[in-house]
Each structure stands twice: as structure tokens, then as C-alpha cells.
Ligand binder design. Structure first.
Ligand SMILES: [Zn+2]
Length: 339
């Protein structure tokens, strides 16, 4: 089967965004926060069937690891209470999609982060989503300030309460920033790719995986600038007296295939070990148009991988096997279903 590890509910029904706007307005006005608006199953079906489900089938994938819209997490907006309520509403909506299409979608949660607030306060929502909603992972924002980078690096002990819970629950995190409120950084064009690259360098500098040998991260968007600059990172590891990347970082870090042209995918597969690459498209997401050079959608990443002519074994790893290994709760669920 073909598992897309990177999909967001970017097409959520309009009342969901209306709720968010009402929530932020109430916070600004110092009024009590409103409750989420009612959304019918029909509205959810319509938003999914015309978009993610249609494209998934047209492009030939079977399943998407599905999480709330990343750019709308906006952890910098409001305060801890605002972030907590918004996060719960977003995660509950993902659960409803999974319940309507259990064969096609499996949930990953956003976390109720807030600048300056301990990540320990996010642990309860992770537990709720995994233990009660059946989710198999989370999205972790390394910069809840939205482009000002006021948090400590991911290797800092401040993050450890979440990492301890991730290891206990055996779930990975996709390192995923949200919107940018810094005009220097376009959200999906600069802030996302910067964050991917930044997280990788933090992992090189730190010793996180010595403390947490079982901790797993997916760095999306093809690993940011990392594969293209692989020699730089290997060289920096050497200069910083770190062990080789294969043992220092790459037992715990995986890249997706959200690179929207063939030469980028060619380079990713040439540079990064096949065991560290998970198929992903981030569809429907940041880049929705058709590439005039190819006549195909930029984010139809399966085409680029199919063009590589991988061995059957390598194809299996990228499309299915690696995802089952990184998301063992998904693997267990599929096995329960005889898949
Ligand atoms: Zn994403």
C-alpha cells in the first residue's frame, strides 16, 4: 500500500475558521471564549471528498497521515487558553474525518503550544489524542512565536517532558512550524524550510538521541535545505567533534518527499539513505498549482518517485515500510485489519 505521511486538513468547513476568528476576537475584547461551531458530517464529507480524497485516488495513494492545517495552528495568536481550545477543536475535527474514512485517514495531532509556556502543558493533549482518539503522532512546532525564535533549541531540556511522553506512547513528531508573523519570512516559502533546516542543525549540535535513543522526528519538506547541503552538515558534525551523522542523527530523523520537482527528488534519494525517506505530498497544501514545465501538479510527488525506477524493496520502504516503522501505532492498526 501507499501511505502519504504528510497531509493537513487545509479544506476544513468554513464554520471552523469562523470559530477561530470569533475566538480571537473574544480574546482581544477580553470576553469569554466561544464554543466551537457546529459542523455536520455532510460538510466534512464534502470538504474531503472533493479535495484530499479525490486527489489521493487520482494519484494512486491509499492512505494519508492527517493532521490539522499547520499554518492555522498559529501558536503565537492569543494565549495558552486560546491555543488549548483551538487545538482541541482542530484535533477533534481530524478525529471526525478519521471516523468517516477510517480506511483512508489516520490522525496526527497539533499541540497546544504557546510562546513562553512550558511544553509540559502540551503533554495532556498528546495523551488524549493518542489514547482516546487513536492518533499515531504529533506535529511539534519548534518556534511557537511564529518567526521570532524565542524558544530554546529542540535539544534543550525544556522540551524533555514532551519527548518522555512521546517515547512512552511510542509516537513520532513531525517538526512543523506554523504561520509567520515576521514579515521577513514567508510562511511556506521561507519559515517552513528554515525551520526544517534549523531543527536538523540543532540535532547535530546537541546530544538529544543519546538521552532518547527511541525518539523519532520527521523533518518535512524534504528535510529543508539539508540534503542539498549534506556535505556542509557532515563537515560541521566533524568540526564540532560530533559522531558521524549516520549514528548521531539519522537513526532518529526521517525526511519526507515534499519536494516539488524531479531534480530535487533525484538529489534527495541520491544523498539520503532510503531507510530515512517517507513518501509525503503535503496535499492539499502550500503549492497547489500545475507546473507549466510538466503539465502536472507540483505536489503530485508520487510521479517523481515513480520516475526513479527504484527496486521493489526500496519502493516498499519509501511508500509503506518506513512509515510503518516510524509510526508503530499505525502499523499495529493496519495489522489488526489484516493489512
Ligand atoms: Zn505540512
Amino acid at each position: 500500500m501507499i501511505i502519504d505521511c504528510h497531509g493537513h486538513y487545509t479544506t476544513a468547513p468554513a464554520p471552523h475558521q469562523a470559530y477561530r476568528e470569533a475566538q480571537l476576537a473574544a480574546h482581544t475584547a477580553g470576553q469569554p471564549l466561544p464554543a466551537p461551531k457546529t459542523i455536520s458530517d455532510e460538510e466534512i464529507r464534502e470538504s474531503i471528498e472533493q479535495n484530499q480524497l479525490r486527489l489521493l485516488r487520482e494519484r494512486g495513494a491509499d492512505m494519508t497521515i492527517f493532521s490539522p492545517r499547520a499554518s492555522a495552528m498559529a501558536h503565537h495568536a492569543g494565549d495558552e487558553a486560546v491555543s488549548g481550545q483551538w487545538t482541541a477543536a482542530c484535533n477533534n475535527l481530524i478525529k471526525r474525518v478519521v471516523d468517516l474514512y477510517p480506511e483512508t485517514f489516520i490522525g496526527v495531532c497539533q499541540l497546544p503550544q504557546s510562546p513562553g509556556v512550558s511544553i509540559a502543558n502540551s503533554v495532556a493533549e498528546l495523551e488524549r489524542c493518542v489514547n482516546q482518539l487513536g492518533f499515531v503522532g504529533c506535529n511539534l512546532n519548534p518556534d511557537p512565536s511564529g518567526g521570532h525564535w524565542t524558544s530554546a533549541p529542540l535539544t534543550d531540556r525544556n522540551w524533555y517532558p514532551l519527548f518522555e511522553k512521546m517515547v512512552e506512547l511510542d509516537v513520532p513528531a513531525m517538526v512543523h512550524v506554523s504561520g509567520s508573523c515576521n514579515a521577513n519570512f514567508h510562511a511556506t516559502g521561507a519559515h517552513y524550510i528554515n525551520a526544517d533546516t534549523t531543527a536538523f542543525m540543532q540535532f547535530i549540535e546537541g546530544d538529544l538521541f543519546r538521552d532518547f535513543p527511541a525518539l523519532r522526528f520527521i523533518i518535512p519538506h524534504g528535510g529543508g535545505a539539508v540534503p542539498y547541503h549534506w556535505g556542509r552538515y557532515r563537515g560541521l558534525a566533524d568540526m564540532l567533534k560530533r559522531p558521524p551523522l549516520a549514528e548521531h542523527v539519522m537513526k532518529n530523523v526521517f525526511f519526507d518527499t515534499c519536494v516539488y520537482h524531479q531534480p530535487g527528488i533525484d538529489l534527495l534519494f541520491r544523498v539520503i539513505d532510503i531507510n530515512n525517506i517517507l513518501f509525503g505530498s503535503e496535499m492539499v497544501g502550500a503549492v497547489r498549482g500545475i507546473d507549466p514545465e510538466t503539465g502536472q501538479y507540483f505536489d503530485d510527488t508520487k510521479r517523481y518517485i515513480d520516475a526513479l525506477r527504484l527496486s521493489d524493496d526500496d519502493r516498499y520502504k519509501v511508500y509503506e515500510g518506513n512509515a510503518r516503522r516510524v509510526y508503530p501505532r499505525l502499523d499495529a492498526l493496519l495489522k489488526e485489519r489484516g493489512q
